[in-house]
Design a protein around this ligand. Structure first.
Ligand code: NAD
Ligand code: FES
Length: 278
């Protein structure tokens, strides 16, 4: 059992969990993930590590409560524990010698964009964080991203906060205004990462994306997380989750990620509060 040392609701659908996991905290690096299980029968769910504290021995994950399994995690962690947390998994992000970086986060993807910005900013890079949300009421981690960047640009689709429009509009605006990025890191909806890469390809800027395919074991055995990169099959759990965005087949990833959409819809029993998928 893993103890929850802090649980915080960042908006109506997003929950932060700080978990007592000293062995994972000791080794975790930005870009890596853990696989979590709420109960014996629970689904194995991958979550990128949003933060870690080596001294305290804790890691932080941020969860969007969207379906039966994430509702189960939300419910059991109210009681203070998670059954299993396995990690750190995957390869830590490699930044090369980047000096001027745009870190682009879309919605809940900002939970993962934030540790990337924090790491790069801490390494002395100039970091522009571009964070996009549908509207003001679901903005998360604003203070944290501000503290981890040279400049924070918040965008909302409806214009209720920051600049109106998608993160892609802001990225292109900054490039056209003379920002000379040598690296872009994009994390968020697959469609956002695809369009970020369309822009950066045009300007010849190296781009790293963090892919979120379906996963089961997280150790390279099941083949569930396969993605096509540069025409070759790659396993995101052991060879990623970061890849060169200019080489990723995003259309295939979107098709594969929608395979279980119907099944993932959750039914919540109004009598017991229990959750059933499908
Ligand atoms: P969302 O749909 O609200 O989109 C967030 C932002 O992304 C928008 O505000 C916009 O700026 C940008 N965006 C969306 N569609 C775009 C488009 N067509 N063109 C350009 N920009 C676009 O996001 P959400 O509901 O918070 O969902 C977050 C998504 O991020 C989920 O799909 C989740 O699976 C994914 N995610 C990925 C990772 C990862 O490791 N890659 C981690 C966490 C979350
Ligand atoms: Fe099974 Fe990657 S999740 S091979």
């Amino acid at each position: 059992m893993f103890k929850i040392v802090r649980k915080e609701r960042l908006n109506s659908a997003v929950v932060l969990l700080e978990i007592d996991a000293p062995y994972i905290a000791k080794k975790a690096e930005a870009g890596q993930f853990v696989i979590v299980r709420a109960s014996e029968q629970g689904e194995r769910l991958p979550f990128t590590i949003a933060d870690y504290d080596r001294e305290k021995g804790s890691i932080t994950i941020i969860i969007q409560v969207v379906g039966g399994s994430t509702m189960e995690i939300d419910r059991v962690t109210d009681e203070g524990y998670l059954l299993d947390v396995v990690g750190p998994l995957g390869i830590a992000t490699e930044y090369g010698d980047a000096k001027r970086v745009a870190v682009v986060g879309g919605g809940v993807g900002c939970a993962i964009a934030y540790p990337q910005a924090k790491k790069l900013f801490g390494m002395g890079a100039e970091v522009d964080v571009i964070a996009g949300f549908r509207s003001k009421d679901i903005v998360i981690l604003e203070d944290e991203m501000k503290a981890a960047s040279t400049e924070l640009h918040i965008c909302t689709d409806d214009g209720s906060y920051g600049t109106k429009g998608f993160v892609t509009n802001k990225l292109e605006e900054l490039i056209n205004a003379g920002k000379n990025f040598d690296l872009v890191i994009a994390i968020g909806p697959v469609i956002m990462m695809k369009f970020v890469c369309d822009i950066t390809k045009k300007y010849g800027i190296k781009t790293i994306v963090s892919l979120n395919p379906l996963m089961i074991d997280g150790t390279g055995m099941c083949g569930c997380c396969r993605v096509t990169v540069d025409g070759k099959v790659r396993y995101a759990c052991v060879e990623g989750p970061d890849f060169d965005g200019h080489l990723v087949d995003f259309d295939e990833l979107m098709r594969r990620n929608s395979t279980y959409k119907e099944h993932e819809k959750a039914h919540v029993c109004r009598l017991t509060g229990g959750v059933r998928n499908g």
